[in-house]
Design a protein around this ligand. Structure first.
Ligand code: SAM
Length: 178
């Protein structure tokens, strides 16, 4: 009986740890895990307009779906993701598609990364961090770089173009210039 109780507590602890890792902890640094759905993805691609010669960073790359779509269109893409499960999953998908030469997924906090070499930045992050992230991007990006943000606007930045609707399943996508 005791052994069953201990096993029960252990399973509960494991579930709580996994949930915290996916949903609670990311709140401290950015958005918890969610996906860009079909229509939003289409709009992200349209506004990013990926092509050969682009070096794009995706901040919080999740399961790698955006990195993959951008790389399929010729761009070199670097994803930053601090959830190790998602890093593993996206690397696996990328390998299966044979896109390892065009996509790299880094495990870590994108706030710690130097983003100065990228000419385009894509992200789907929370409102609570867009101000801080906007300051980092202004400091590091070269003039002429583009920033594409899904769902949440960057506070105090002037929108160049927007596509889609502000809606849970579609998501508005914004284009900014630096
Ligand atoms: C809303 S999801 C978006 C996933 C993917 N980009 C997409 O659009 O389908 C946000 C992702 O950012 C990751 N994340 C949040 N803050 C982060 C940070 N500071 N550094 C690295 N990854 C972060 C989360 O783990 C999560 O996978």
């Amino acid at each position: 009986m005791d052994a069953i109780l201990i096993l029960g507590y252990f399973i509960l602890f494991l579930i709580a740890t996994i949930l915290a890792y996916f949903f609670a902890i990311p709140f401290l640094f950015g958005a918890p895990y969610d996906i860009s759905r079909k229509k939003a993805l289409k709009n992200i691609i349209k506004l990013t307009n990926p092509k050969k010669g682009d070096l794009i960073a995706e901040l919080g790359s999740g399961d790698g779906r955006i990195c993959i779509e951008l790389a399929k269109r010729g761009a070199e893409v670097h994803g930053f993701e601090f959830n190790i499960f998602l890093v593993w999953l996206s690397r696996r998908k990328i390998k299966k598609l044979g896109l390892e030469n065009r996509i790299k997924i880094y495990w870590g906090n994108f706030f710690m990364a130097d983003l100065s070499k990228y000419n385009k930045i894509v992200f789907f992050q929370f409102k609570s961090i867009t101000k801080k992230l906007g300051e980092k991007l202004k400091k590091e990006l070269k003039r002429g770089s583009l920033v594409i943000s899904h769902q949440w606007k960057i506070q105090d930045w002037k929108i160049k173009k927007k596509l889609g609707k502000f809606n849970y399943s579609y998501g508005e996508v914004y284009l900014y210039g630096v």
